[in-house]
Ligand binder design. Structure first.
Ligand SMILES: Cc1ncc(COP(=O)(O)OP(=O)(O)O)c(N)n1
Ligand SMILES: Cc1ncsc1CCOP(=O)(O)O
Ligand SMILES: [Mg+2]
Length: 369
């Protein structure tokens, strides 16, 4: 390397071994992430970004460094931690590997300063590129899950909160929103943490109602904001681009604004009057029809929806619904969830053959994707 410095005979082999081991570690970690981007997400852009990073790194992995390898004499190959032997989910595999890549890049940067300042500078840039890749990947995963979700449960305070949510998750629920206007912040924080973990275990999205601080504190997937809550622009600044922001809308002009402001999804309703939002005027199925014709991103019909009227909401054009009481107060939340999902899936299957709207325009959400 160009600007190598004089080193003691003792230090040089160790330095080369550290660099060799961490170049390997980084490339292996990137490969793990790359395989998911390629085979799991089928995403050419993310796959290319991983491949580019691996190739950039390979340029620094010179024969000189490889020659220093001494695997039989490396104590580290024997050391494993029980936590390394199991992973709960793909998300965890990705998280662990991003950590590994970022750590190894930091080691390369620090020891690289002794070996080659160009190398240290290059791996520093790569570390920032990996942070960006991690954010993009997380954002992509969240948007994919959102697009695939058709049933969204908004919680209400309940003695059996966790059992009810877990039962609904077992029924196939894909999004949970923690909504609690009654308790203190300590309880909210503790509930939100438990729900976040539960959702992660089941691969579901976890959203916090109203509170950006709480969403950030528990590493939620996003936040849901009403018309009286934080403006979207400020929320985006606080949450960053990788988390989801949902907005409530009750009429076409609120919907148009939410689209312009870049909400990731919207609530459409209340479709019917509901005791869950006492005194709120119903927007009616006409507004559901309007959303079906005009909303380019995922939207959830909400408000007073239950097993008796869900068909009417679907007939008005909804492909996704959100409920509180119909699951929170169900005797069997798993069955209630499965019932709604079956109705929604049946609708999706029927819709498969109809690629244009009644006005002749293509289905808007397909244009969005
Ligand atoms: C999915 C979804 N849609 C609408 C709402 C209502 O939000 P908001 O208008 O802020 O009212 P509160 O829920 O805060 O009382 C929602 N929470 N979720
Ligand atoms: C939070 C919210 N926003 C619009 S309607 C509603 C409550 C829906 O509750 P339910 O499903 O019990 O009618
Ligand atoms: Mg609100």
């Amino acid at each position: 390397m160009g600007n190598t410095h004089s080193r003691s005979q003792f230090a040089q082999p160790a330095l080369y071994r550290i660099l060799d081991a961490n170049l390997d570690r980084t490339r292996e970690g990137i490969r793990v992430v790359e395989e998911w981007c390629r085979f799991g997400l089928n995403n050419a852009q993310l796959t290319e970004r991983c491949k580019y990073l691996r190739q950039e790194l390979a340029k620094w992995h010179t024969p000189e460094l490889r020659a220093a390898r001494n695997t039989p004499g490396d104590l580290g190959t024997e050391l494993t931690h029980p936590q390394e032997e199991t992973r709960d989910s793909i998300e965890q595999v990705l998280q662990v590997n991003f950590c590994r890549i970022e750590e190894a890049l930091r080691v390369l940067e620090e020891y690289g300063k002794v070996y080659s300042t160009e190398m240290a500078a290059a791996v520093k840039q790569m570390r920032y590129q990996v942070y960006t890749l991690e954010s993009s990947l997380m954002a992509y995963q969240r948007h994919q899950k959102l697009k695939q979700a058709s049933l969204y449960l908004v919680t209400s305070p309940s003695e059996t909160l966790f059992n009810t949510i877990e039962a609904a998750l077992q029924g196939g629920l894909a999004i949970v929103q923690y909504r609690d206007k009654e308790t203190d912040d300590l309880t909210r924080l503790s509930n939100a943490r438990k729900l976040q973990q539960l959702c992660q275990d089941y691969g579901a999205l976890f959203i916090v109602n109203d509170r950006i601080d709480l969403a950030l504190a528990v590493d939620a997937d996003g936040v849901h904001l009403g018309q009286q809550d934080m403006p979207l622009e400020s929320a985006r600044q606080l949450l960053g681009p990788q988390r989801l922001i949902g907005r409530s809308t009750t009429n076409p002009s609120e919907l148009d604004r939410a689209i312009r402001e870049g909400a990731d999804y919207v609530g459409v309703g209340p479709v019917y009057e509901t005791p869950t939002k006492e005194g709120k005027v119903a927007a009616g199925v006409e507004y559901v029809q309007y959303a079906a014709e005009h909303c380019p991103m995922p939207w959830f019909a909400i408000g007073g929806i239950d097993t008796t009227n869900v068909q009417e909401v679907l007939s008005a054009g909804a492909q996704r619904i959100s409920v509180v009481r119909a699951i929170m107060q169900a005797d069997q939340p798993t069955l209630a969830t499965q019932y709604f999902l079956a109705q929604l899936n049946q609708k999706q299957t029927l819709r498969g053959s109809r690629k244009v709207l009644s006005n002749g325009h293509p289905v808007t959400e397909e244009l969005w994707s």
